[in-house]
Design a protein around this ligand. Structure first.
Ligand code: PLP
Length: 396
């Protein structure tokens, strides 16, 4: 039997065996608490600091600017909650309408405590136009949050321009780079962001570990209180094995990024052009080239209502893809707020298929996926036209 084809790398990625090898000693023999003064503790501390330098290097940052967290979600929460004083959330903040729930739900929470939130619109490609930020920024805006790359449609934002506009105003700029980090170059020496969120499991590292880059001199308020680890911003005994894995994953991603990005763009474009030949009703959602290297978001004209059926048919045929973000599995069948913000009508906003390639995706898998997809789309069409025929026959 042919092996399964995993094409849902925006949801999560398999652990790279090199990452796993790096983590293994920290799950076995090296178990010290990095805060302990004895040799076991110091060995763990050295490993955490090595990983901090590796993660920092991915962004061109200094190690002291990296705060390890329990996830990308927590990094987003720390960035935004931490930008407001503990006494109350008065003040204005801006986020794009297509942010991940880790940002949007934090905005809603802050709203309940007095913050005023402005959501920025996006154009039909899912891009925030810099003029729209210029229009809403106020002298009292505390923080602007715009993601580097969208998880559902894969579109990249004009980050440098958005960050420059924000910084001219003296406002903090946060970017959720959970999808982008390790896939496209991000250099905080050129990008004037103050806060950048990352997550290890999106770049072939372990789950349950993230990081927030906090530019030197930027002051945040902690959201987790305790023993004062991570410069007092994220108290808790460090997840040493996870952090070590994140470090190795970041180092590999940095080293292999350029070659891997061009390989993935090649596979993505091969898939897209063959799809257009074989399934003419398929269309690409999001920007045609300002997008993550291995990311495709597809619609099927006239069959948008069938996206979940298509996903399940593909799953049965041995392929894992997504109908949006992994989080939207809780909202399967509902219109996507991201596609809605891009101007899609409610029917089309329900019907996307997200196909995301990763480090271990091969050309053979892409070609096999295409054959399976063509058959799945055709079988849905014949079921749909049979159902339509049966209905009209009965009604007639
Ligand atoms: N931000 C974006 C853009 C994401 O895609 C995700 C995960 O899907 C997150 C944040 C949350 O990261 P984590 O799964 O590490 O909490």
């Amino acid at each position: 039997m042919a092996s399964r084809i995993y094409l849902d790398h925006s949801a999560t990625t398999p652990l790279d065996p090199r990452v796993r090898a790096g983590m293994e000693p920290f799950l076995e023999t090296i178990f010290g608490n990095p805060s302990s003064l004895h040799s076991e503790g110091r060995e763990a501390r050295e490993a955490v600091e090595r990983a901090r330098a590796q993660v920092a290097a991915l962004l061109g940052a200094e190690p002291a600017e990296i705060i390890f967290t329990g996830s990308g979600t927590e990094a987003d929460n720390l960035a935004l909650l931490g930008a407001f004083p503990a006494e109350g959330a008065s003040g204005h903040m801006v986020a794009s309408a297509i942010e991940h729930p880790a940002v949007l739900e934090t905005c809603r929470f802050l709203e309940q405590f007095g913050a005023e939130v402005t959501l920025l619109p996006v154009n039909s490609n899912g891009i925030v136009e810099p003029e729209s930020l210029l229009r809403v920024l106020r002298p009292q805006t505390r923080v602007v949050s715009v993601m580097a790359a969208n998880n559902v449609v894969g579109t990249l934002q004009p980050l440098t321009e958005l960050a420059r506009i924000t910084k001219r105003q003296g406002t903090l700029f946060h970017t959720d780079a959970v999808q982008a980090a390790g896939k496209i170059p991000l250099d905080v020496n050129r990008l004037p962001a103050d806060l950048v969120s990352l997550s290890a499991h999106k770049l072939h590292g372990p789950k349950g570990v993230g990081a927030l880059y906090v530019r030197r001199g930027v002051r945040l308020h902690p959201i987790v209180f305790g023993g004062g680890q991570e410069r007092g911003l994220r108290s808790a005994t460090e997840n040493v094995a996870g952090i070590v894995g994140f470090g190795v994953a970041a180092a590999i991603a940095r080293e292999e990024m350029a070659a891997e990005a061009s390989r993935l763009v090649g596979l993505r474009e091969r898939l897209l052009s063959r799809l257009r030949e074989t399934v003419p009703q398929a269309y690409l959602i999001g920007h045609p080239f300002k997008r993550l290297p291995g990311h495709l978001c597809l619609g099927f004209a006239g069959q948008e209502g069938e996206a979940i059926k298509l996903l399940l048919a593909l799953d049965q045929a041995g392929v894992a893809v997504s109908s949006g973000s992994a989080c939207s599995a809780h909202h399967a069948g509902e219109p996507s707020y991201i596609l809605t913000a891009m101007g899609f009508d409610p029917i089309r906003a329900r019907g996307s298929l997200r196909v995301t390639l990763g480090r271990f995706t091969t050309q053979e898998e892409v070609d096999r996926f295409l054959d399976i997809l063509v058959r799945a789309v055709a079988s849905l069409r014949s079921v749909a036209s049979y159902a339509g025929f049966a209905l009209s026959a009965r009604e007639g």
